[in-house]
Design a protein around this ligand. Structure first.
Ligand code: ADP
Ligand code: MG
Length: 601
C-alpha cells in the first residue's frame, strides 16, 4: 500500500486518543477549562463511571455564541498566541486540543452564557461534526455534557474498565484537583449521589478535611519554606509519621498550580521522612511548589500531567529541606491536637512529687537512672563536658508548659503509667528514652558528644558483604567526622578501632553492622545530605544503645526522671524511628467503658 493522507475523521480520532484515554481524561480537560475560566464552583455529574454521561457545570466567564464553534476547532485556544508565551503561561490549558478531541469521540453539547449577555447559546457535536447550534436560556457560566464516550471508536471502548473503576479514577482525579484548588468549590455526583464536595473557602486544611476526613487533618503538619532569591517556594501539609498509607496515591504535588506526577519529588519527600516511615508505607501530602516559570517545560505530555525541570536538584532539595524541617519542628504538636490546646492554655508545669532543686539541664540527667547494664562505663557520662544551653528550644516550650502529670507506676517493667490531668497515659520507657537521648544529641551544637572519639581496647572486626563494599569506602570520611575510626582489614572485613564516645561501652558487632547497613543504603549525591543522613543514623544507633530497655525494672525516682525528661522533649510522642512512645486513654472514653457518666459520677 502506498502512502495516503488519512481522511479528516480518522486523523481526528487518532489525535483524540492521545488526550482522551478514558472518562477521567474528559473530566480532567473539562474541569481544567472551568478553572481557566475563573470559576469558583464546579459541579461534576457522571453516570456509569462517565462512560455514558459526564457533565461539568461552572460559573466561569463563559463563551459567546460566535466562539462556540471555534472552541471545538483543533488548535483553537484563547490562552496562547505564540510559542514563547508557553514559558509565561498561567492557564492549565494551552494546546487547544481538548474540546475537539472530546467531540471527535462522543456526543457533546456545550451551553454557555457570559455574565454580560442576556441569553445563552449552545452547540452540539457528534463524532466531531456540528449537529445543531442556537440560542437558549442558561445561567451564567458554562455547562458541557458528554454522552456515549467512544461510541464511534469501538477499539477504545473495549479498553474502558468497569464503571466502578472508572468512577474511582474520576474521584481520585477530582480529589487532587480540589486539593490543588482550595478556593474553588468542587462537587462530584455519581448517578445523583454526592461522592464529595469541597468547601472552596480557600483554606487548604478545610479542603483536606472535606476529602480525607477530620482524623486525617488532625495528623497533618504544615510545611513551609521559601528560597526567595531563586524564586522557589513550598507550602503545604504532610502527615505526621504515625499516619501512613500503603500506596503513594495520597501524595499530591502541585507545581505552579498544575497537578503533576513526578517521581523525583515524591522520592525527595519520602527520603526526608527517612526512618520515620515504616517500610512499604507512604506519607500523605499536599505540596504546592512555586518555581520560576521559565525553569520548567509544561509541554512534554499530551495530558499535561508531567513537566520537565531544567534544574531538578533545586526543587528536590527544597522539598527535602522543607519536609525535614516540618517533621523536626512539629510532628508532635500536630499529631496530638487534643493536647495542643490543653498545653497552650496553661503556661506553667506542675510536676507532682518532684524535688525542686534538681537540675535538669544536664545532658545526662537521664543517666541518673541506674542503667547498670548499659552505663557500666569507665567514664560516667556525667563527666562529659557539655555545652548545652539552659534555655529550651522553642519547639519544646509548649510541651514544657504541659498540664499535670502524675506518675502512678510501672507496668510490665516496660511502660510508665501516668495520670495526665484526667487522662491515663502509658509511656513506652525505651521508646521515650530513645527520643530524649536522640533529641539531646541533635541539640548538641558543639558536636562534642559524638565526635569525641574513644579508642576501643580491642578493635571490632566486621565482615562486610561484597555488595556494600563500594558504598562503605565513600561513607568512611563522614563516619570519621562523627568519631568512628574504621579501616579495611583483610579482604572483606573492616576493623573498627574507635567509636563515638557514647557508643564506647559494649558497642556490639550487631549494632554496628545494622548501622553500617543503613548507611550504605543512603542514596544521595549531595555531601551535605550524606552527612545529615549519616549523622541521623549514628544518633539513632546511639539513642537506642544508651536508652533504658523494655522489661527493665526502674526505681520510682528513675521513672520520675524519665517522665520529666519526656515532658520536656520535643516530639516526644514518637521515638526517632517514628513509633509512638505514648498511648492516651481519654477519661471520658475510659469511664464510659465502665458505664459511668464522667465528671460527676
Ligand atoms: P485549551 O484549554 O487548550 O485552550 P480547549 O479545547 O480545552 O483548549 O478549549 C478551547 C477554548 O474554549 C479555550 O481556550 C477557552 O477559550 C474555551 N473554553 C473551553 N471551556 C470553557 C469554559 N468552561 N468556560 C469558558 N471558556 C471555555
Ligand atoms: Mg483546555
Amino acid at each position: 500500500m502506498g502512502i495516503i493522507v488519512l481522511d479528516k475523521d480518522t486523523a481526528e480520532q487518532i489525535a483524540a486518543g492521545e488526550v482522551i484515554e478514558n472518562p477521567a481524561s474528559v473530566v480532567k480537560e473539562l474541569v481544567e477549562n472551568s478553572l481557566d475560566a475563573g470559576s469558583t464552583s464546579i459541579y461534576i455529574n457522571i453516570s456509569e463511571g462517565g462512560k455514558n454521561f459526564i457533565s461539568v457545570t461552572d460559573n466561569g466567564k463563559g463563551l459567546h455564541r460566535s466562539d462556540l464553534p471555534l472552541a471545538f476547532t483543533r488548535f483553537a485556544t484563547s490562552k496562547l498566541t505564540s510559542f514563547e508565551d508557553l514559558s509565561r503561561l498561567k492557564s492549565l490549558g494551552f494546546r487547544g486540543e481538548a474540546l475537539p478531541s472530546i467531540s471527535a469521540v462522543s456526543r457533546v453539547t456545550m451551553t454557555s452564557r457570559p455574565e454580560n449577555n442576556l441569553s445563552g447559546a449552545f452547540i452540539t457535536l457528534a463524532g466531531g461534526k456540528v449537529i445543531e447550534e442556537g440560542e437558549t436560556g442558561a445561567p451564567f457560566g458554562t455547562m458541557v455534557e458528554v454522552k456515549d464516550l467512544f461510541y464511534n471508536t469501538p477499539g477504545r471502548l473495549k479498553f474502558l474498565r468497569a464503571a466502578s473503576y472508572e468512577t474511582s479514577r474520576i474521584s481520585n482525579l477530582l480529589t487532587e484537583t480540589a486539593l490543588a484548588n482550595p478556593a474553588v468549590a468542587i462537587e462530584l455526583k455519581s448517578s445523583g449521589r454526592v461522592l464529595f464536595r469541597s468547601p472552596g473557602d480557600g483554606n487548604l486544611l478545610n479542603a483536606i478535611n472535606s476529602l480525607y476526613g477530620s482524623d486525617t487533618v488532625e495528623s497533618m503538619i504544615p510545611a513551609n519554606l521559601a528560597d526567595k532569591q531563586g524564586g522557589y517556594a513550598l507550602h503545604g501539609f504532610i502527615s505526621a509519621p504515625h499516619l501512613t498509607r500503603s500506596s503513594r496515591k495520597w501524595i499530591t504535588f502541585i507545581v505552579n498550580g498544575r497537578l503533576i506526577k513526578n517521581a523525583t519529588l515524591v522520592n525527595a519527600l519520602e527520603r526526608a521522612y527517612g526512618d520515620y516511615l515504616p517500610s512499604k508505607r507512604h506519607p500523605l501530602a499536599v505540596i504546592f511548589l512555586t518555581v520560576p516559570p521559565e525553569s520548567i517545560d509544561v509541554n512534554v505530555h499530551p495530558a499535561k500531567t508531567e513537566i520537565r525541570f531544567q534544574q531538578p536538584e533545586q526543587s528536590k532539595n527544597l522539598v527535602f529541606r522543607a519536609i525535614r524541617n516540618a517533621l523536626q519542628s512539629s510532628a508532635r504538636a500536630a499529631s496530638w491536637p487534643e493536647n495542643i490546646q490543653k498545653y497552650s492554655k496553661q503556661d506553667h508545669v506542675t510536676l507532682t512529687g518532684r524535688p525542686e532543686e534538681e537540675n535538669q539541664n544536664d545532658l545526662f540527667s537521664a543517666a541518673a537512672f541506674n542503667y547498670e547494664k548499659y552505663n557500666a562505663v569507665n567514664n560516667p557520662p556525667q563527666n562529659i563536658p557539655i555545652a548545652r544551653e539552659t534555655t529550651l528550644p522553642a519547639a519544646s516550650i509548649e510541651q514544657t508548659s504541659a498540664s499535670e502529670c502524675r506518675l502512678i507506676g510501672q507496668y510490665l517493667n516496660s511502660y510508665l503509667v501516668v495520670q495526665n490531668n484526667n487522662d491515663l497515659i502509658l509511656i513506652d520507657q525505651h521508646a521515650a528514652h530513645e527520643r530524649i537521648i536522640y533529641n539531646r544529641l541533635m541539640e548538641d551544637n558543639t558536636g562534642k558528644l559524638t565526635t569525641n572519639s574513644s579508642q576501643l581496647t580491642i578493635p571490632l572486626t566486621l565482615k562486610i558483604p561484597a555488595k556494600w563494599q563500594h558504598k562503605i569506602e565513600p561513607a568512611l570520611p563522614f563516619l570519621k567526622k562523627l568519631g568512628f575510626d574504621i579501616e579495611p582489614f583483610g579482604e572483606d572485613s573492616y576493623a573498627i578501632r574507635a567509636v563515638p564516645f557514647m557508643l564506647k561501652d559494649n558497642a556490639d558487632n550487631e549494632e554496628l553492622f545494622d548501622m553500617l547497613e543503613k548507611i550504605t543504603d543512603i542514596e544521595t549525591e549531595s555531601a551535605v545530605e550524606q552527612m545529615d543522613f549519616t549523622r541521623d543514623i549514628v544518633y539513632k544507633t546511639i539513642a537506642c544503645h544508651r536508652s533504658v530497655k523494655a522489661r527493665q525494672k526502674l526505681s520510682y525516682s528513675e521513672m520520675e526522671q524519665l517522665l520529666e525528661d519526656w515532658q520536656k522533649a520535643p516530639r516526644a510522642f514518637f521515638c526517632p524511628h517514628g513509633r509512638p512512645t505514648t498511648i492516651v486513654f481519654k477519661r471520658d472514653r475510659l469511664e464510659k467503658s465502665f458505664h459511668r457518666g464522667g465528671e460527676s459520677s
